[in-house]
Design a binder for this molecule. Structure first.
Ligand code: R5P
Length: 302
């Protein structure tokens, strides 16, 4: 089956790179918001027959940003429209690549009466007509059990470690900011080199107030500290870890994340705390130093 990439509005550069890696055609979309806030999207095609029988790879991240009024909820609606129209136009197979899956942190019922929204998002993607789902470094892969379609969690740690290795650090230590990031940090350290120490900090969040506290003990005087996490949202978690690392005498601190959302003053807070931010193009920003294009292309290749 011939393949074609549909370039989602929120992953334009990444989707084009994937199409180039695969040497296949890329189609853009036309999208806007009506004055009342409703979303509109169409494929930039004149003849719907070009979709018939093709394997369509839709690449569209669900981070907020990328233009006024574009929340993750808008991005989600655009995604549903892209999948639904691919199905209606007779696509042979629909592979959906969502580099950053919004709501992935709502994977559990933390307080009575909540919705497991991460699972609901996946079920909606499936019910629109996706045949296969791909994402990068999802917060909790257990959510894949909520759907029948094959789901793939692509691992960016090797690519991030390759980038950091290029900086020729002399004495790096990897820090996991919480228990949930332990495996990720260990894998990152193993990809970075042999015998690189991994230190665990302990983060606790009050589920009612959202207040976060962190304790940690790191023998990093004069060393380079790399804090590895999946998501930087407000930057609160990273800022606490940077503070401990700096107070412990770290010579250089890197805030490394697959998904640097950097909401509000996140960027200021981390840079002001003395860290260098490194991220991937799962979120299209100036911190997209590490591209996921090859990883995604290899995963969706026939
Ligand atoms: C939470 O468990 C995640 O792995 C991240 O640590 C968290 O989402 C970061 O959020 P923020 O930047 O707002 O502290």
């Amino acid at each position: 089956m011939d393949q074609m990439v549909l370039v989602g509005p929120s992953s334009q550069a990444l989707a084009l790179k994937v199409a180039q890696e695969l040497s296949i055609k890329a189609i853009a979309t036309e999208y806007k918001q009506f004055p009342d806030g409703e979303n509109y999207l169409r494929w930039q095609i004149e003849d719907e027959k070009v979709v018939m029988g093709k394997e369509i790879i839709i690449i569209h991240t669900l981070g907020a940003g990328g233009g006024p009024g574009k929340s993750q909820n808008d991005r989600m609606l655009e995604l549903f429209m892209m999948i639904d129209s691919a199905k209606r136009m007779g696509a042979g197979k629909i592979k959906v690549v969502v580099p950053y899956l919004a709501y992935s942190r709502q994977d559990k019922v933390f307080r009575p009466g909540e919705c497991k929204f991460a699972e609901l998002v996946l079920r909606l993607i499936e019910s629109c007509g996706a045949n296969e789902f791909f994402t990068v470094d999802v917060h909790a892969p257990e959510i894949f059990n909520a759907v029948q379609i094959p789901c793939h969690n692509l691992d960016p740690m090797k690519s991030l470690a390759d980038y950091l290795r290029g900086l020729k650090l002399k004495n790096p230590t990897v820090v996991s900011p919480d228990k949930g990031s332990r495996d990720r940090a260990a894998q990152f350290a193993a990809s970075l080199g042999s015998n690189i120490p991994v230190v665990d900090f302990d983060k606790k969040r009050d589920v009612k107030t959202g207040e976060v506290k962190m304790v940690g003990d790191a023998a990093v005087n004069g060393k380079e500290v790399i804090i590895a996490d999946d998501i930087i949202a407000t930057g609160g978690t990273m800022a606490l870890a940077i503070k401990i690392a700096k107070e412990s005498g770290a010579s250089r601190v890197f805030a490394v994340a697959t998904h640097p959302l950097l909401i509000g003053n996140g960027q200021f807070n981390l840079i002001n705390a003395g860290a260098e931010i490194i991220g991937t193009d799962c979120i299209d920003s100036k911190f997209s130093q590490v591209s996921m294009a090859k990883l995604i292309a290899d995963a969706v290749r026939k």
